[in-house]
Design a protein around this ligand. Structure first.
Ligand code: MN
Length: 307
């Protein structure tokens, strides 16, 4: 990954309290970890970050044959957070601090790498043996300068403890991973204000989500096709919708003639507005801090996984 840092210019015209759409971004397909295919709206050459977010990967959806499941063997992180949200599949996580966890459908792992961990993200043994449907997301959330060297922290929340709400008309359902929506407050704590919502909207349904004007906000379409923002811009499966910073609400609609439920991740955060020095799994503020991270990793100061 390059160390180039570009900032996308967000402009839009104001329309009441509803944000307009600043752009629609297509995903690229790329191989990650041990060789699994991901769809990635960012980073890419023309769009390297969306402050405070550094990356979004969609793994699958795909049918994995017995013995064919791949993961991401031992690798380090420093200076940011990785958020894994699994919709289908079974993953095992292990790290250099002796932490181990498991993720199944609907579970979330919010890992604050801070000063550094070496971890592995692999298919669970049974899933690797039997195969099955794999679908999930990984979001990278940047940490503010003051938190980049904090002690690593995990928040592992099973599906049953992720707050969920359904609209009165029954057409809109939301899972509240971070922030608040439809009267529910997330159980996950974030270092800076972050909203991470999974909306499922049936045909004819619409969601209006409060997103304070200071937040950068985007939607990623997981499934279906919907209308976004004040002007009802159309976007579908695998596309990322960037909202302008021109209002306090975001509107998402699934047209009444749609054939399928619209599934969308709505993600927003207050920009850090700090320098970003980025090299692969390390995201710091200066090139010197990146060199230090590489040296600390190479000298084993981030530890190693006992196996
Ligand atoms: Mn990782």
């Amino acid at each position: 990954m390059s160390m180039v840092s570009e900032t996308l210019r967000i402009e839009g015209t104001r329309a009441g309290d509803g944000r307009t759409v600043a752009g629609v971004v297509n995903s690229i397909e790329t191989l990650e970890g041990g060789g699994f295919l991901v769809r990635r709206p960012f980073p890419k050459a023309s769009f390297s970050e969306f402050d405070p977010f550094l990356l979004l990967d969609e793994m699958g959806p795909m049918e994995v044959a017995p013995g064919e499941a791949k993961g991401a063997p031992d690798h380090p992180h420093r200076g940011f957070e990785t958020v894994t949200y699994l919709l289908s599949g079974d993953m095992e996580h292990k790290d250099s601090r002796g932490h181990a966890g498991r993720l199944r459908a609907g579970d979330v792992q919010w890992m604050t790498a801070g000063a550094g961990v070496v971890h592995s993200e692999m298919p669970a043994r049974e899933f690797a043996r039997d195969g099955g449907r794999m679908h999930g997301f990984q979001l990278w959330v940047n940490l503010p300068k003051r938190d980049k060297m904090m002690k690593p922290r995990y928040q592992e929340i099973p599906n049953s403890q992720i707050p969920k709400a359904t609209s009165v008309d029954g057409l809109v359902m939301v899972s509240v991973i971070a922030g608040q929506a439809m009267g529910e407050q997330a159980v996950i704590e974030t270092r800076t204000p972050i909203i991470y919502l999974h909306y499922r909207i049936k045909p004819g349904g619409a969601a209006t989500q409060r997103v304070p004007g200071a937040y950068n906000a985007f939607a990623y379409v997981v499934e279906g096709e919907g209308l976004f923002g004040a002007e009802g811009e159309r976007a579908g499966d695998g596309q990322m919708v960037l909202f302008a910073q021109d209002g306090d609400e975001v509107r998402i609609e699934n047209p009444s003639d749609a054939k399928a439920t619209l599934e969308v991740l709505l993600i927003a955060g207050v920009p850090l507005n700090e320098p970003v020095a980025r090299y692969g799994p390390f995201v710091m503020n200066t090139e010197g801090e990146i060199r230090q991270a590489i040296e600390d990793y190479q000298r084993g100061r981030m530890g190693a996984i006992d196996s």
